[in-house]
Design a protein around this ligand. Sequence first.
Ligand code: SF4
Length: 167
Amino acid sequence: MKAKILVSACLMGFKVRYNGSDKPLVACALERWQREQRLVTHCPELAAGLVTPRLPAELAGGDGSAALEGEARIRESDGSDVTEAYLLAAWLALKTAQENGCRFALMTDGSPTCGSQKIYDGQFQGKTLPGEGVAAALLRQHGIEVFAEHQLPALIRRIEELDEEAA
Ligand code: SF4
């Protein structure tokens, strides 16, 4: 069976980011995986009922793992605590991945939800820290391998390995 990949909707050209933009990732591999029906395109924040546009949100007091433990919060730029909505987003991403048999996720880095290598530091000053968002953290806790968009070559190698094993 072909390995499936949960992919952030904004990477696929959907204008679902907080400011109404997308973050398209153009790559032959993505086009091929789309044709092979391996991709499950999903925006966790929209699935959780957040709207576009929305205020930017950042983790404060820790990363996504800490937020899942109740030890960090997610706040919008006006100070509103939106942790519960973002936790719902994480669980909906996991549900979507599991229901579709996704073994991998390719997600937009820097997001308090989809980030997997870095997050913003909670000060809304454009400064990042190493860390992961809530959905990336939850997916990893359930055995799903999460890659940021700049790690696409590594994901391609993982998919090729699995395809060779299955051949
Ligand atoms: Fe993109 Fe993820 Fe943010 Fe949705 S939640 S806009 S998919 S980074």
